[in-house]
Structure formats: C-alpha cells, structure tokens
Design a protein around this ligand. Structure first.
Ligand SMILES: [Cu+2]
Length: 148
C-alpha cells in the first residue's frame, strides 16, 4: 500500500531535479552572454578579396562603443544594410571600416542603421531607447572620442 505514495515521491524528486537542471542551464546561458568573452573577438583585418571589392566603395568613420559585444552589435547592424559586403569595427580606434555597393545603399543609410542599434556615429546619434537596452558594460560614454 505504501507503493503508490513512494511512487509519487519519486515523481516529485524527478520533477525537482528537472527544475534544478533547467535553472543551471539558464544561469549558464546568462553567463555566456556576458561581456567577458571579449578576448575571443580578435580583430580581423581583411586584405583579401580585392577583386571582389573593386566594385565596392570603402568608407571608414567613428563609432562609439566599449567592448566585444559592442563590436558584434555594431557590425551586425551594419551588415544588415542591403549592399554592405563587409564591416569591421575597431574597439581601440572606435572606428568602423565598411565596404558597400553604392548602387544599393549609401553612407548615410549605414550611419542610420548603426545609430538605430544604439551607437553614436560621427553623423548620427545613437537611438536612446536602444542604448538603454544595451548591457550595462556596453553603455559607452557619450563624450568618448571616436575615430582615434
Ligand atoms: Cu559592449
């Protein structure tokens, strides 16, 4: 007669451990998205693909930001502009190099896309709502010198 009760208890234990595993997974995920993975982001300077980029316009301008996560956000925003073929933001120089097809987009559209993601460029101020949504460590100083 004790059997069913025992079974119930077992179920509960199983349930509990699932919950524990789940919360560990959540903690691990949160840890992974922290800004600490900067070291992983090695700046790549692409000098190859010259022939492919002959038809491309290359520009370079200042963009404020702090860390490797900023780099990811800034480059993602830039690459989302149709016609952009490459984007490399330099965390030390606070500067981005962009190659794009000028029959598909222009420099101002790129400035605006970066600003929409929360980051200041030389020609456009970062969207404040997006800025406030950035992780704390990415909330750069608005007086930061750029294009150094
Ligand atoms: Cu950052």
């Amino acid at each position: 007669m004790n059997f069913s009760k025992k079974n119930n208890k077992n179920k509960n234990v199983k349930h509990m451990s699932k919950k524990v595993i789940l919360s560990i997974a959540v903690i691990a995920a949160v840890g992974l998205t922290s800004c600490k993975k900067e070291a992983k982001q090695v700046t790549e300077t692409t000098t190859t693909e010259v022939s492919k980029e002959l038809a491309m316009t290359d520009i370079s301008f200042g963009v404020r930001g702090n860390c490797g996560m900023c780099k990811t956000t800034i480059e993602k925003a830039t690459n989302s502009v149709e016609g952009v073929s490459s984007a490399t933001w330099d965390v030390d120089k606070k500067k981005i190099d962009v190659s794009f097809d000028d029959s598909k987009t222009d420099a101002m559209a790129i400035h605006n896309a970066i600003a929409a993601s929360g980051y200041d460029t030389e020609k456009a101020s970062g969207d404040l709502e997006a800025y406030n949504g950035l992780p704390g460590c990415c909330q750069y100083d608005h007086d930061m010198a750029m294009n150094q």
